[in-house]
Write a protein that binds this ligand. Structure first.
Ligand SMILES: [Zn+2]
Length: 341
């Protein structure tokens, strides 16, 4: 009986009585900062001079000066008190002292090039007559060739990044296998991957022509973080973490798509149609847990455009434009520290 009541007493002790949490009042005193706290949003900000540290209850991070996110154990709220894990408190104190460098450096660690179709799946495939001879032009071959060209350019420009093709031969890959290849690349915590899918178009109308760049619709929610990849104590805020990550990927996908679009317009805008940026729910893009876009290089159903797409010269122009678009996105991404500065 006695033992049981001791056990109950132990279980009901507030976390504050254990040494690994400190009351926020102590941190405010230590840093000389003041607290603004919103009980509805359960988020707050410590401020002193020009330094600010924001937090949300239970979220595994703090945000320094509206920009840099530091991973830290979550702050708890119990019986009206805000309790800060010691590790988090030390980081906050460090930020105010100026000795905790918030300097996370974000970079693009890998670029995945995904030539569509392959093997049994030819994609769009048309036979056109050239000088009385029939020529078969298939999407799987055109995009593989363009993929190699893009690979060579990116590898030379970014020797320190992983540049990977989902296929380098005429093989069949399922739509699930493609993003899996990309999702399985292991990266540093502050490294991003970008995913570029290459396709060619077809239309019932023989006159349709031009290039398109697709990104995922902003309303589609990816499942980026699963309960398996996140500590159990954060499971209740998983939807919030998911949508924050998702918005970031969508924003970056649009910027990447725009950057490539501009370069394609400059390179071939005069000789074919710029069909613009498009939003879609492409499966292959949807499953990639990273900023990802899909490029339609041109129409194989259009005889003139198909013949151009079958020529190295035109394909080189397109690849070089895509390369320029990707490079300029990466430069901006890295110079602005993943658009946080
Ligand atoms: Zn395709």
């Amino acid at each position: 009986m006695k033992r049981l009541s001791i056990l109950i007493l132990l279980l009901s002790l507030p976390a504050a009585l254990f040494s690994d949490y400190v009351d926020i009042a102590d941190v405010l005193k230590e840093t000389g900062s003041s607290l603004e706290y919103d009980t509805l949003l359960e988020s707050g900000m410590l401020a002193s001079g020009r330094t600010r540290v924001s937090f949300t209850v239970n979220a595994p991070w703090i945000i320094v000066n509206d920009g840099v996110k530091l991973s830290t154990p979550g702050i708890r709220r119990e019986k009206g008190r805000l309790l800060i894990p010691e590790e988090t408190a030390a980081k906050i104190i460090g930020v105010f002292r100026g000795d905790e460098s918030p300097g996370r450096v974000f970079r693009v660690g890998a670029i995945v090039i995904d030539p569509g179709h392959g093997g049994r799946d030819s994609g769009a495939s048309y036979t056109h007559t050239v000088n009385g001879k029939k020529v078969r032009i298939s999407e799987k071959d055109v995009v593989l060739k363009a993929g190699f060209m893009l690979y060579e350019l990116l590898k030379k420009r970014f020797p320190d990044k992983v540049v990977l093709m989902t296929r380098t031969r005429d093989v069949t890959l399922s739509l699930e296998e493609r993003p899996e290849i990309a999702n399985s690349i292991s990266l540093g915590e502050d490294e991003a991957i970008i995913y570029i899918s290459l396709h060619a178009n077809a239309s019932l109308s023989g006159t349709a022509r031009g290039f398109e760049v697709w990104y995922l619709t902003a309303t589609y929610k990816r499942n980026l973080l699963s309960t398996a990849s996140v500590d159990s104590e954060y499971h209740d805020i998983l939807p919030i973490m998911n949508s924050m990550q998702d918005e970031e990927f969508t924003r970056e996908s649009i910027l990447l798509a725009r950057s490539i679009m501009q370069q394609l317009e400059t390179a071939v805008g005069k000789e074919t149609e710029n069909r613009g940026l498009k939003e879609g729910e492409w499966l292959v893009v949807r499953k990639a847990k990273m900023p990802s876009i899909l490029i339609e290089l041109g129409f194989l159903s259009n005889r003139d455009e198909a013949l151009k797409l079958a020529s190295d010269e035109y394909l080189q122009k397109l690849s070089f434009a895509i390369y320029n678009g990707v490079s300029s996105f990466i430069e901006k991404f890295e110079q602005s520290n993943a658009f946080t500065e």
